[in-house]
Write a protein that binds this ligand. Sequence first.
Ligand code: BT5
Length: 273
Amino acid sequence: MYNYLMDEQTLRSGLAELPLPAIQYFDNLPSTNDLALAWADQGAPDFSLVAADSQSAGRGRLNRRWVTKGGAALAFSLVLRPSLRETDHLALFSPLAGLAVSLSLEKLFGLRPNIKWPNDVLLSRKKVAGILAEATWAGQSANAVILGIGINVAPSSVPPAHELLFPATSVEQETGHAVDRISLLRSVLEELLAWRPILGSAEFFQAWENRLAFRGEWVEARQSGNEPLQGQLVRIDRDGNLILRDNTGKEISITAGDLHLITVDDIHLRPVE
Ligand code: BT5
């Protein structure tokens, strides 16, 4: 499948109408999040954008690796300067990105994405986008949030299955046609700009919850250093925590971790207290 060109010129002209204060583009970077963190330290203004065609040391959560092959994917990071109101909702920036990617895939291609808590975007139950939000602190207050987004666009962006914790796909595999990366990037930025002012509102949670993957299914939440927790996926609460119902009917709240689908055979039965 033909993948549209991306270079500095096409990127800048494709994004010219958006209110971006500054853009840095690279054919290759270790990680757009690392560059954005350094740029934030040097005073990059709110909504500054770093984009790269490929990454040699792309990062996922918990220092896992994120693969970005040249000519095939989107990898970008925004420097956000949280307002006073937003500092109460820092944990919601990554779901905001998941929502923005989902809405773009819906509007541009009529796809039906789901958001795997907390923020992976899935198509046909496979991961198409990953998000990494990192904050830098000045004392007690967040000085900047770096919002990094990676989207698999062409089929060649999808790493081989043995490198993956969870099945993956690309936008083009799901649409069946070539996709212009810059139009997709522009749409994601537009959605971020549109939804950011209502971060944490009832409308925001509704939009997130409407797209929540695995609702009603049995999942296991794994968090390093802790016992995995199992339950039926119920909803998210107003702090962005995931609520599961365990086999005793009790609701449990999950703040962080990775979700895995489980089968009935995997369910550890706990005695009813
Ligand atoms: C994430 O981590 O999903 C966050 C990925 C964030 C990437 C963006 S790209 C722009 C910015 N710059 C960076 O350096 N990072 C951000 P996590 O949930 O921990 O998932 C990581 C796991 O996803 C890996 O351990 C692999 O199993 C899998 N993986 C790696 N590359 C993938 C890809 N291209 N597509 C699907 N899965 C992938």
